[in-house]
Design a protein around this ligand. Structure first.
Ligand code: ZN
Length: 231
C-alpha cells in the first residue's frame, strides 16, 4: 500500500475515503482514552468484540500518563442511524480476490459523527462503520481496516497525531469545528456548548482539539499554493 498523505483527510469529503483501503488487521488506538476512543469500545461491543486496552510494549511514562488521563465516558451510548460495511478485497498473503459470497466475520467497528445538509439546514448524523474479515483458502485471515493518513510530529508535544478514518468526528464536522475555532475565534468551551445545545452532540475538549489539529495537518499541502496565489 503506498504511503498515505495528509490530503487523505480532505479526500474523505469527496467520498474517496471509507471502504477503499484494505490491509491486514491492526487496531490502532492511542494509549489513553478520550471520548472518541471510548466510543470505539462501544462500537466494538455492538458487534460483540472486545478491544485490547494498552499495549504490553508501551513505555512506562506513557502508561503512567494513561493512568492519569482516564477519559470521560459518554452519558448515553451513541445510536447509529445506519451501518456502513467494509470488506477486504484481496487476501493480504496471496493476493486472491475475495468474492461477495465468501464467509465474513466481524473484526472491528467505530462510530463517526459528521455534518450533513438537511432540508431545514444542517444536522449531525451518526454512522456505525463495521469492518469485516475473510479467511482465504490459503489459511490467512484478512480484515478490512480504516485508512490512515500522515503522522504529525511536533517537537514539545507529548503525543504524535496520526490522521485516521477511525475517529469520532468526520471530515465535514472537523472542518466546521476548525472554522469556528480559527476563523470565528470561538473558544473550545463555547464550541462544546454550541454543539451540545444546537445539535445535541456533546464532545470533549480533547476531541475538539484533535479535530482542529487534524484539519490543520490536512490543509498543510495547499498552504504554499494559497500563499503563492496571494503574493
Ligand atoms: Zn490467501
Amino acid at each position: 500500500m503506498p504511503p498515505a498523505r495528509a490530503g487523505d483527510r480532505a479526500g474523505r469529503e469527496t467520498g474517496r475515503g471509507f471502504g477503499q483501503l484494505v490491509a491486514p488487521a491492526v487496531i490502532r488506538r492511542p494509549l489513553w482514552p478520550v471520548i472518541g476512543d471510548l466510543d470505539r469500545h462501544g462500537a466494538a461491543r455492538a458487534i460483540g468484540l472486545t478491544l485490547r486496552t494498552g499495549t504490553p510494549s508501551a513505555p512506562r511514562s506513557q502508561a503512567r500518563q494513561a493512568a492519569r488521563h482516564k477519559g470521560i465516558w459518554r452519558c448515553e451510548p451513541l445510536q447509529a442511524e445506519c451501518d456502513e460495511n467494509h470488506n477486504p478485497i484481496l487476501c493480504a498473503a496471496c493476493g486472491t480476490p475475495f468474492e461477495m459470497w465468501d464467509r465474513q466475520s466481524g473484526h472491528s467497528a467505530h462510530f463517526v459523527l459528521d455534518l450533513e445538509r438537511a432540508a431545514g439546514g444542517i444536522r449531525i448524523a451518526c454512522v456505525l462503520h463495521r469492518y469485516h474479515a475473510i479467511e482465504c483458502a490459503c489459511g490467512i485471515r484478512t480484515a478490512a481496516r480504516s485508512g490512515v493518513g500522515v503522522l504529525s510530529t511536533v517537537p514539545g508535544r507529548s503525543r504524535d497525531l496520526l490522521l485516521s478514518e477511525a475517529c469520532l468526528a468526520g471530515p465535514a464536522l472537523a472542518t466546521f469545528i476548525a472554522a469556528l475555532s480559527v476563523r470565528y475565534h470561538v473558544s473550545r468551551a463555547r464550541i462544546r456548548e454550541f454543539l451540545a445545545v444546537w445539535f445535541g452532540v456533546p464532545l470533549s475538549v480533547g476531541t475538539l482539539d484533535r479535530c482542529i489539529r487534524e484539519v490543520g495537518i490536512a490543509c498543510e499541502p495547499v498552504v504554499e499554493d494559497l500563499l503563492g496565489d496571494l503574493r
